[in-house]
Design a protein around this ligand. Structure first.
Ligand SMILES: Cc1cc2nc3c(=O)[nH]c(=O)nc-3n(C[C@H](O)[C@H](O)[C@H](O)COP(=O)(O)O)c2cc1C
Length: 598
């Protein structure tokens, strides 16, 4: 494409070339429809700028009104909602796209067509921004919605007990309110792209039936497989390992590694707070053990979910085998007809107990069954990429991305267990080796734009994003206004990036640091105890507009820190429980309380 022949500048031309390179014919057709709609859209620019707004297609007929609501934590539902809105705009639809926390649910009764895209977080809970909408629609005040057409796309992860619970709740509530289901709810697991694309095609097809006039444009197949995107989960970048160092002492009972990966030539851009997706590989030893237990030929070519592959390769690269999930154990019970396995799945407590620390090889050992290689693969879920909080700033390391990885290894029932990706990175990957990566954006974990105060709380590898935060602040020469609370087991062996924090303290980029080393004294000291000790000052920081960040273990640390913070707000603010809760809620709404927990 020549710059002289087009009204686009060089950067825009490059972006267009990247977008269309290798695009399939149907994608080019879709894009041409999209650009046509764009040409007639007066308000598209504002959508791009604000992330929400209205799309108007250029079609001359009366347009079909559609409201799309999304509830997201890590941004996937938002990206899908935006793409759906763009697609709708090419099909004679006036689309109102809204984050759930910016939508007054009282307006529901005025809607004609509503599509909801929502994920589930915590233990089956709505993402923060969906809490109020979820409470309203599932509560007593939900209105009758008989004139409303709707459908729900739910995002989740089958390894959680309450799979896609928020989407299910909202779907049931809309049904109960008398709304008309356009297409049944679709519940997406970690590999959500294809299911999401099918739902989108289906709902737009159903909506087309309600068009005032038959639209001239046919509903085209949508693919969120993102192969038009430069680098993504489905199309990762092949990066090189530049450096790898163990950053816990030899006497530590934890093995934490700092890895530096090259982005050279990728054009990849990330921001502090984003995560790095790494395409995982399973431990070869486990693959071998599974194959010998099944008694099949290791390189037998078998049908897999991505075509024909040697069995050992399929197990090593494409299926989850180091973890056991609810859906897998349920399928195993059904396939083998084992009453013992069924008894485990029928009892919540037994199931929880069995899921912890067991893998598919335990099932094969403890409840043997004759399965072919293909039958075995049919039981398994795809191996999802693993996400690591990025521990570098691109302002400081232009062509690099750094991560902080804790190696997962433990013993159960006399067998060593290894985490898939952490042991791949720690044990089987050396400097100069290649690794497949992509950026997983996290718009809900961002530094404040203006250098205002930040309180960073992290335990273990939860410290990673704060290293990126301080690198970023150093490059912007933003001193002070930063307070780090870090917790680990022992000062001598587990103080991750100790020298760097000391340097930041000296230079003034880090104003304060409080450390909790739980095993350095008789009684256990954790980060929440340090927060409590500093409660007066901490509340002062909050009152002065500080943003509070929380990163690390979800099960224990995150819960305890939130309880402590609420208690501090109550005590220091002299508030009732109710007032303190609404203060906390406001912090979350203003994005001054941000959590990245796992
Ligand atoms: C801390 C955490 C807790 C989660 N809890 C659940 C859950 O209880 N049920 C579920 O189906 N998915 C759960 N998920 C998976 C998310 O719903 C899934 O990653 C989804 O694609 C995220 O979409 P979003 O980016 O729009 O928030 C959880 C994810 C995280 C990180």
């Amino acid at each position: 494409m020549s710059i002289q022949l087009s009204p686009l500048n060089e950067v825009q031309l490059k972006a267009l070339e990247q977008l269309t390179q290798g695009a399939k014919p149907e994608q080019v057709i879709w894009l041409s429809g999209y650009f046509q709609g764009l040409a007639g859209s007066a308000t598209l620019g504002s959508l791009a700028a604000t992330g929400a707004g209205q799309f108007d297609s250029a079609a001359p007929t009366e347009k079909l009104p559609l409201t799309i609501l999304y509830g997201t934590h890590t941004g996937r539902s938002e990206a899908l909602a935006k793409a759906l809105c763009e697609q709708g705009s090419t099909q004679n639809i006036t689309c109102q796209l809204k984050p759930m926390d910016d939508y007054n649910p009282k307006h529901l009764k005025d809607e004609k067509n509503l599509l909801v895209i929502v994920s589930t977080h915590g233990e089956g809970e709505p993402p923060e921004m969906a809490e109020d909408f979820h409470a309203f629609i599932t509560g007593k005040r939900a209105p009758k919605l008989e004139g409303l057409n709707y459908s729900v796309l739910a995002l989740g992860d089958k390894s959680y007990k309450l799979f896609c619970q928020t989407g299910i709740d909202i779907d049931q509530a809309l049904k109960k309110a008398g709304a008309n289901e356009l297409v049944p709810i679709v519940m997406c697991d970690v590999d959500y792209e294809e299911d999401a694309a099918k739902w989108t095609t289906d709902v737009l097809g159903e909506l087309a039936k309600f068009q005032p006039e038959t639209p001239t444009q046919a509903v085209s197949e949508v693919s969120w497989a993102n192969d038009a995107e430069v680098y993504s989960r489905k199309n990762p970048f092949q990066s090189k390992v530049l450096d790898k160092v163990r950053i816990t002492g030899r006497e530590s009972d934890k093995e934490v590694y700092h890895l530096e990966l090259s982005l050279e030539g990728s054009g990849i851009h990330y921001e502090p707070g984003d995560a790095l997706g790494v395409i995982a590989q399973n431990p070869p030893k486990l693959v071998k053990e599974i194959i010998s237990t099944l008694g099949v030929i290791d390189n037998e070519v078998v049908e897999t979910r991505i075509g024909k592959l040697p069995f050992n390769e399929a197990l090593e690269h494409h299926y989850e085998i180091t973890l056991l999930t609810r859906d897998v154990i349920q399928k195993y019970a059904e396939k083998t007809g084992s009453k013992e396995v069924q008894a485990i799945t029928d009892d919540e407590a037994k199931l929880d107990h069995y899921l912890f620390g067991h893998d598919v090889l335990d099932l094969l050992h403890e409840f043997p069954a004759k399965l072919t290689a293909t039958e075995f693969l049919d039981l398994l879920r795809p191996l999802p990429p693993r996400l690591y909080s990025i521990s570098s700033s691109q302002k400081a390391f232009e062509d690099e991305v750094h991560i902080t990885v804790s190696r997962v290894r433990y013993e159960n029932k006399g067998r060593q267990r290894y985490g898939a990706c952490s042991t791949f990175l720690a044990d089987r990957l050396d400097v100069d080796d290649d690794v497949l990566i992509y950026i997983d954006k996290n718009p809900n974990f961002r530094l404040p734009a203006n250098g205002s105060p930040i309180i960073m709380v992290g335990a273990g590898t939860g410290i990673a994003p704060y290293r990126a935060f301080l690198q970023q602040r150093e490059t912007a020469n933003q001193k002070g206004n930063s307070w780090l609370f870090f917790g680990e087991r022992r000062f001598s062996s587990d103080f991750l990036y100790q020298l760097e924090w000391q340097k930041y303290l000296q230079k003034g980029f880090l104003e304060r640091i409080d450390l909790a080393f739980s095993r350095d004294q008789e009684e256990k000291v954790y980060v929440q105890h340090k927060l409590k000790e500093q409660q007066e000052e901490l509340f002062r920081w909050l009152e002065n507009g500080a943003s509070f960040y929380l990163c690390g273990d979800m099960k224990y640390m995150a819960k305890d820190v939130q309880i402590t913070l609420l208690d501090i707000i109550k005590t220091q603010g002299g508030m009732t429980d109710k007032k303190a809760r609404s203060y906390f809620k406001k912090l979350k709404k203003e994005k001054r309380f941000m959590a990245d927990v796992y």
